[in-house]
Design a protein around this ligand. Sequence first.
Ligand code: GLN
Length: 286
Amino acid sequence: MKKTIRYVLSEGIKTLQDNHITHAKIDATLLLEHLLDIDRVYVIIHDDEVITEQAYKLYRHGIMLRAKGKPLQYIIGHVAFMGLNFTVNEHVLIPRQDTEILVEEAITCIQKNKVTHILEIGTGSGCIPISLCHACPTIKVTTVDISKEAIEVAKENARQHGVEDRIAFIHSDLLQQVDKTKRYELIISNPPYIKREDIQGLMREVKDHEPMRALDGGMDGLDFYRRISTDVMEVASHRCYIFYEVGHNQSIEVKDILEERGYTHVKIIKDLAGINRVVTGEKYQS
Ligand code: GLN
């Protein structure tokens, strides 16, 4: 059989379907587009083009990894977030579309209140500070991650987007290594928030491939909201905004955590699917 685009695609889709991969067609197509550096229109118009033996080998290798459950984003090594392209590997959480609402809300707050100094907790791929810097040319961000490998990925992404001079990356467990003499006007985090008992029930591709440290939020999933909301008070400016992404059904608890610690104007914001996704608050201190 001639290895045309049409043929290898249908063969790849079949392999994925046989292995119960849900988005078989889109995954096989994205993989082929990535390997041949072509777009969707090319795939459709030139579907009788024969691909090289080398490209076919790489493609089949990718299909086999995907068939075993490896997320496509780790196979092709990048993902789109806020319209930007981010490099990812298995040391970082795959940026989710769900997180875009967090970034959008923070951008609105930054612009409205002329915020300049931001602290992010748990950067992963760096998708949050990099998108913020891209949208807001005058801000500076300090960000931390407990994983050295994640910091490397985030730094590489910052370089690719030309914002490395505006982001300080610190290898740190929460605020441990952060300079406590600095002050920040906005704190942002998409912390690990999966409840311990829910981890076993996660989809296999998440559980077996994404970094557990980026997911595990402790017994009730709220450990990091408690720790961050308390710890950041030490570096919060006189008036400081806090922005969290929260998991399904966590918004009321996170609102309580903030209010118990004296944050005011606590608001819950829904994502496009109507799910409570972001909790924000303000902190005034003298
Ligand atoms: N900030 C990164 C993201 O939103 C990583 C979050 C995490 O690892 N929990 O994708």
